[in-house]
Ligand binder design. Structure first.
Ligand code: TRP
Length: 334
């Protein structure tokens, strides 16, 4: 029997290179070896976008197309929409008794998100909503509703997984052995840096290259990428390790080319403009097959809808079986 893997994505924008190299690329390998559930977490997206429902709705379809475009096979991966699985909402209510408010307030991921969202939650988090503070509980429901054994996520999600494991242990200790403690699948790739040299590529940071970026956009973004600031003239030697252009060459250019870029940069025999032009070409080549596959789905939205409908139906079946066990354990199986 294949192990069950579950992961989720908030539909708030298109996938960028950070998502791709940081997590999604691994999914392509995993889809063959696991029973794979991929949640489009619209309910979670609403916790900090409750005032922008149209944005969340639009991005449910955008992100699904992005995920199909990178090569996830809908015959192997169950794509589903969180809000269409009422069992997740039910479990969230049951689990909320097993978590203290102070434990949620101490969750490092939640804490840092609250401090980043001052407009919504106040300068010191004084306007934090019940829903946002509680989303780790809902995420524990996401995972356990499908008996998720493995969760492939980046390091920023570790505190959420730990919180899920605590809920599982507490549930099992009170109601009897019912749920499994999920484990993290460490992604072999690391966090992808932004065009501005920031440690993290992110939508809100405005430093991302998206999988949907066209040639013109790539040109503009790469031309503006941060290079070694000490290099003024094109025949001056520079340090590739602090150059974002070299950094992205490592992601998308052939190995030989990467070595050449590194050597010539250090020697001063390569100008930055030339180097950027080569990166633009390599980046477009990398994005081309992804964008071509995406076009197929863009032209046939009914296929995307069908993939979501079928995946959601399978997910619903699995969640309702799990729900029976949970209700039985909690003695509410009237
Ligand atoms: N919190 C995750 C993120 O922001 C998305 C997510 C929702 C998720 N539900 C999940 C991740 C369940 C793993 C498992 O990226």
């Amino acid at each position: 029997m294949k192990k069950t893997i579950l992961t989720g994505l908030r539909p708030t924008g298109n996938l960028h290179l950070g998502h791709y190299f940081g997590a999604c690329k691994n999914y392509i390998k995993m889809q063959d070896d696991y029973d794979f559930y991929l949640e489009i977490a619209d309910v979670q997206a609403l916790t900090d976008n409750f005032n922008h429902p149209e944005k969340v709705r639009f991005n449910v379809f955008e992100i699904t197309k992005d995920l199909l475009a990178i090569g996830l096979d809908p015959n192997k991966v169950n794509f589903f929409i969180q809000s269409k699985i009422p069992e997740i909402a039910e479990l969230t209510v049951f689990y909320s008794n097993l978590v203290t408010v102070s434990r949620l307030e101490r969750n490092p991921t939640v804490k840092s998100e609250i401090s980043q969202k001052k407009e919504l939650f106040g300068a010191n988090g004084e306007s934090i909503t019940y829903g946002f503070l509680g989303y780790p509980v809902s995420q524990a429901a996401d995972i356990t509703a499908f008996h998720g054994e493995l969760v492939p996520v980046g390091d920023d999600q570790l505190p959420l997984l730990e919180q899920c494991r605590e809920i599982v242990r507490k549930f099992n200790s009170i109601y009897g052995e019912t749920l499994v403690e999920p484990e993290q699948v460490l992604s072999s790739t690391t966090r992808v840096k932004g065009l501005d040299g920031n440690e993290k590529m992110g939508k809100s940071l405005g430093n991302a290259i998206y999988l949907v970026d066209d040639a013109e956009t790539i040109h503009k973004k790469v031309m503006g990428a941060v290079t070694d600031p000490k290099k003024i003239r094109k025949d001056e030697p520079a340090n590739p390790d602090i150059c974002m252009v070299y950094y992205y060459h490592q992601l998308v250019s052939p190995k030989k080319q990467v070595e050449k870029v590194c050597q010539e940069c250090k020697l001063g025999s390569r100008g930055c403009v030339q180097c950027k032009k080569e990166l633009i070409a390599a980046m477009n080549l990398f994005l081309m097959p992804i964008q071509e596959r995406r076009k197929y789905y863009e032209q046939q939205p009914e296929i995307v809808q069908k993939i979501l409908d079928e995946g959601t139906e399978k997910a619903r079946k699995k969640a309702s079986e799990q729900m029976k066990k949970v209700k039985h354990a909690m003695k509410i199986d009237y």
